[in-house]
Design a protein around this ligand. Structure first.
Ligand SMILES: *Cc1c(COP(=O)(O)O)cnc(C)c1O
Length: 231
């Protein structure tokens, strides 16, 4: 357990000014999260709604929960009440589903909650990686600026680099995202200070990501160790 706190400290020591650390706790038990929490970590990321729900119930209320997995529209309602940031929005349909649930939540609770989201961009070489292509991103944003949806604030972009040892390739992708974020900001969010986030970088490449404008790195195995998936 002390290993988690030691690893966390090591990662924190290598973070650049202004870069936030998200501890990716997917597949790991709540005790691991508690350990990191006691060392001062407050931002945690999960990729399955069911698993997230279970952890939210037993862990401290001031944790900021980030969602980084594929989000099904029918599961949105479970996380809307508490989620801090959804990193993986890749369609107008999902934006509409989130908006609808936020509006419903606010009506029921007499609140004016706004859910922050990032748009996930496909920048890696692999076909399998999720996210919006550049044209899809443009189409979505053109629709958005004409009619922004209630209860949602688009805070920036998210990306996963190619899964490769070729660090030149990875670095090129990070820089592409850095440029894209600035370009999108200029074209669609010029007057909005809240469009300021770029979520990229994982255990193997976060040091490179933060050299290319990342504002949030998502680090899992480097803090919590290897993940074991049930068969
Ligand atoms: C699992 C995951 C991470 C963390 O990966 P590590 O290599 O363990 O640091 C980061 N981002 C996303 C989207 C993930 O699914």
């Amino acid at each position: 357990m002390q290993e988690i706190q030691r690893a966390l400290r090591e990662v924190c020591d290598t973070l650049e000014e202004g870069v936030a650390l998200l501890a990716v706790s997917k597949t790991h038990p709540a005790e691991y999260i508690q350990e990191a929490y006691e060392a001062g970590q407050r931002d945690f990321a999960e990729n399955k709604v069911q698993e997230l729900q279970t952890k939210v119930e037993v862990l401290p209320k001031d944790i900021r929960w980030h969602f980084i997995g594929h989000l099904q529209t029918n599961k949105v309602k479970y996380i809307v009440p508490y989620i801090h940031l959804i990193h993986t929005v890749d369609s107008m349909r999902l934006l509409q589903a989130i908006s609808k649930e936020v509006v419903k939540f606010n009506a029921a609770n007499k609140t004016d909650r706004v859910v922050d989201v990032l748009l996930e961009v496909h920048v890696a070489q692999e076909e399998t990686k999720t996210g919006l292509g550049l044209e899809e991103l443009d189409t979505l944003l053109q629709e958005w600026v004409k009619a922004p949806l209630e209860g949602i604030r688009i805070r920036g972009l998210m990306a996963m680099a190619s899964n490769t040892d070729d660090m030149v390739q990875v670095e090129g992708e990070f820089e592409k995202m850095n440029q894209l974020k600035q370009d999108i900001k200029k074209r669609y969010f010029a007057g909005e200070d809240s469009f300021d986030q770029l979520s990229m970088g994982m255990s193997g490449d976060y040091q490179l990501a933060q050299k290319h404008g990342s504002t949030m790195v998502r680090v899992g195995s480097r803090i919590f160790g290897a993940r074991y998936y049930a068969q």
